[in-house]
Design a protein around this ligand. Structure first.
Ligand SMILES: [Zn+2]
Length: 183
């Protein structure tokens, strides 16, 4: 929750300055939030709105997400979504990503941090792709000892026990910019 977040009933603006927009109401004096969410003050239209987090938390086709690998199955991984297009989400929506065609031994491990692109929603399941250079693992650990790994072309090597393994790495592997987004 950022300092921009609000709670139902919270004052957002004076009605002399702003009109009540989505998810807000006007109590005759102040514009107040009618839901939790992120305040959106449009300085051009002078409308104050609140973006409900649920509206932001379901990714659409084409969105790029960052999340934690929640489960690894033989032909797919399940990922708990933490960021949608760089914006944090707290709803813990999951998506699945097929990994059968990658021909990589350990595409991902549970708790790896991965970036994926959303392809579709089918029967309530969100499907994502990993097969582009920028998509894949951003952070992982050694499967044997949990140590730090470095990339060597498409493989990774543990700096502690020297175990060599495979992952579907993002070309941004090892750049930990996404961590700063957690603040
Ligand atoms: Zn190791």
């Amino acid at each position: 929750m950022s300092e921009n977040s609000t709670f139902p009933g919270e004052k957002i603006a004076s009605i002399e300055e702003y009109e009540a927009g989505h998810n807000t109401f006007d109590d005759g004096d102040m514009v107040r939030a009618s839901t939790i969410g992120e305040i959106d003050m449009n300085k051009t239209t002078r409308v104050a709105s609140v973006n409900h987090p649920k509206l932001l938390s379901i990714p659409k086709a084409g969105d790029v997400i960052v999340g934690n690998v929640a489960a690894v199955m033989s032909s797919m991984i399940a990922v708990s979504i933490d960021y949608i297009n760089g914006k944090p989400t707290t709803s813990k929506v999951e998506c699945v990503c097929g990994t059968r065609n990658l021909r990589i031994r350990n595409v991902a491990l549970v708790n790896d941090i991965v970036t994926l692109k959303i392809i579709s929603h089918i029967n309530g399941t969100i499907h994502a792709a990993i097969n582009e250079p920028e998509l894949g693992i951003l952070h992982t650990k050694c499967r044997k000892c949990g140590g730090r790994v470095v990339s060597m072309r498409d493989a990774i090597k543990c700096t502690d026990c020297s175990w060599i393994d495979e992952r579907k790495l993002s070309k941004n592997f090892g750049k930990l910019d996404f961590v700063s987004l957690r603040e």
